[in-house]
Design a protein around this ligand. Sequence first.
Ligand code: ADP
Ligand code: MG
Length: 473
Amino acid sequence: MSKKVKPGYNIKMQSDYSGLWQDACARLKQDFTSEGKLNEFSRWFTGVACIRGEGSKLFLSLPSAFHGEKLKKQGYIKSLEAHLLELSGEGLEIAFEVTRKNILAAQPEEPAKEDASASATKSPKAVRKDYPNIRPDYNFDTFVPGDNSAFAYNAAQAISKNPGKAYNPVLFYGGVGLGKTHLIQAIGNTLYQNGAGKIIYVPAETFTNDFINSLQTKTTSNFKSRYRNADVLLIDDIHFFQGKVETQEELFYTFDTLYHAYKQIVFTCDRPISELKDVTDRLKSRFSRGLPIDLQPPKYETRRAILAKKLELQGKTVPSDVLDLIAQNVETNVRDLERALTKILAYGDLINKNITVDIARQQLRDVFNAPNAMGITVETVQRAVAEHYGISLNDLRGQKRNKAVVQPRHLAMYIAGELTQTSTTDIGREFGGRDHSTVMYSQEKIANAIKTDSSLDALVQFLTRKTKEYKGK
Ligand code: ADP
Ligand code: MG
């Protein structure tokens, strides 16, 4: 695989560190994938996040010191540092912080003393082995329910108390960064702690890839029995199944087997089921069978409470008028709120100054004035581009590869990256569930091409203007 050094990495802000971490992680994932070891990657890196950067150090949050030792021993840290160097041109060292005490449960192999006493009824071995592929900190304690999410939060708790009985299946749907993944994983964490049997959490993309792998390696019977023997099946981002006919077929049978055995099934999706395209009618009818619950962007009071919670979890403080300012100005989603807070905290840490409202206003100026805060979403970009080319939204987002759609798709991904401050993962999700590395590839391709191709550059500028005008149409 050829690896291009990504130009323009200039580490000044915390978001640069986290962007760099995401990109390095994407490359490492690619290495694992090409060696057929994606599971190994998921096992060690799911839930590992970049907390912050300080000079030439990048801090990762890990479930335990043991986890860090393992990562080192297996050479994964060295590989990550090599990717970081390639990407940024700077030697960065990876350091660890153990973030949550309850993360012990996520520990696959470490002898866990607290664990053994907390779950005396279960064999500690089984407890450790079965831990689903989820973030231990995505639990109900760390989720702040508001008007926009109280129904979802209560339903998620009801499911955790009464799996397979309270509501089954359940679908959480809504836009990016509104807490779907957090809630579905909170269900997983709670059920796990309650000893609910075999819990499988899987992004739709992983389910699809697992299925394809099983076809290639003639191990479909293993695949079937793995999923059909689940006691709880949590599938994130089912819009990814659009257009994947064989996977849908497989999921349909998995669904029926589990449903008739009263096993809990939970889905998340970025849109209502009725808006899914290229999903077979019979699978749609299964998806529609349960309780659909939508998540909306939080209102001011909830935004304020979420910010306070995030601070509490990090053991940090910020003057309350600064929190007011952020809560008032970032209206889009919780992920954007988190970003603004991270930026302010990083600024305070780095220059060792107390944050005031004036500093915050100045530091967050570009966040507040960002096109995203003005309401431009990935979908706005998609609509503007699709309209310009006279193609359907579906084709722009879909899997077709003919000339008429490929270039507009690359352009839309690039412009979305420029205008919406949306991560490549989220952009990929809104383009038919593509992987973030695909999005990065498209964005880099356009970024490079416009350097030498002035007519393409003009086209990008035109489409950017059009997108801004399109907003609100
Ligand atoms: P989605 O899956 O809907 O795109 P996520 O579940 O990934 O969104 O949420 C994005 C981020 O916002 C996560 O870090 C999550 O913990 C946080 N978040 C979302 N909603 C809430 C909430 N109500 N309270 C606390 N954190 C939240
Ligand atoms: Mg999600």
